[in-house]
Design a protein around this ligand. Structure first.
Ligand code: FES
Length: 286
């Protein structure tokens, strides 16, 4: 059978990563690092246009590959950032790498993204738990870069303890700027902690926005979703205006391994961002 050339090129491109260089590495917390990454080929770099909520499949040569969401602003055209917790062989190898080292990048991947166009002219609430702050940072930065297109914006961010909070310096500056309302909470406060104590779900009843002009974005550990949704539904926020990133269980990132299926959906291909309306009746989604 002769394979159609266009199809062959398409198939190969799924598996062949672009070579990229780590240009900067920053410690965000004791367990998370931020990597600034630049695709080497200038044409491919120019064509790497991602939407907030999309992800890449990163290859550490000789070790393996893994999916990572993109926390930087989609408006940065020269590079993108990844926030990586060292929990598996690929992420641990990445944590051992230095600026100047090469990695492979496939992407941007995923069809489902945070619908920033629909959210314009409305209030936006971002609810993030732990490492879930990384994927939502891209939409938060995008909103801040076009702040006048949105009504009020609230970030609710919960962590285990103050040390594990991502992007602390940025959050502090945003608190001072008053461009948005920021509500922080931790489970285990230390003596310096001045915010709320407990899970981020506890802060949702404080929201004053009305359902008709409010969009909600949610990203965090799987256990968080169910309780956040209960609180959001209690306040009558519309399921079609609630968007969740379901990155869990992704492996290949390109619809081949079937690890990420939920009902008839593949998170890596159909998501990773879904509206609550799309997935609320899918078993195991929440
Ligand atoms: S991660 Fe492999 S099919 Fe989705």
């Amino acid at each position: 059978m002769v394979m159609d050339l266009k199809e062959k090129t398409k198939t190969e491109s799924i598996y062949v990563p672009d070579i990229a260089t780590i240009t900067e590495i920053k410690d965000l917390t004791p367990t998370e690092k931020q990597f600034k990454i630049k695709i080497d080929d200038p044409v491919k770099r120019k064509n790497f246009n991602f939407l907030p909520g999309q992800f890449v499949e990163l290859t550490v040569f000789g070790i393996g590959e893994a999916p990572f969401s993109i926390p930087s602003s989609p408006n940065n055209k020269d590079y993108f950032e990844l926030c990586v917790r060292s929990i598996g062989s690929v992420s641990a190898a990445l944590h051992r790498m230095k600026a100047g080292d090469k990695v492979g990048i496939k992407g941007p991947l995923g069809k489902g993204y945070f619908p920033y166009e629909k959210m314009q002219g409305n209030n936006v609430v971002i609810v993030a738990g732990g490492l879930g702050m990384a994927p939502v940072r891209s939409i938060l930065l995008q909103i801040l870069e076009d702040r006048k297109s949105y009504k009020d914006v609230t970030l609710i961010y919960g962590c285990v303890d103050p040390q594990s909070m991502l992007y602390k310096d940025e959050i502090k500056k945003l608190q001072e700027s008053k461009e948005l309302d920021i509500k922080l909470t931790v489970d285990r406060p230390d003596n310096s902690w001045k915010g709320a104590v407990g899970v981020c779900t506890n802060l949702i009843p404080q929201l004053k926005y009305q359902p008709q002009d409010t969009y909600i974005i949610v990203c965090g550990p799987p256990v968080m979703y169910k309780f956040v949704i209960i609180e959001l539904e209690e306040k009558k926020y519309k399921p079609e205006n609630i968007f969740l990133s379901l990155e869990r269980r992704m492996e290949c990132g390109v619809g081949k391994c079937n690890h990420c299926h939920i009902g008839n959906k593949l998170v890596c291909v159909d998501g990773p961002v879904f509206s609550l309306w799309e997935i609320k009746n899918l078993k195991e989604a929440i």
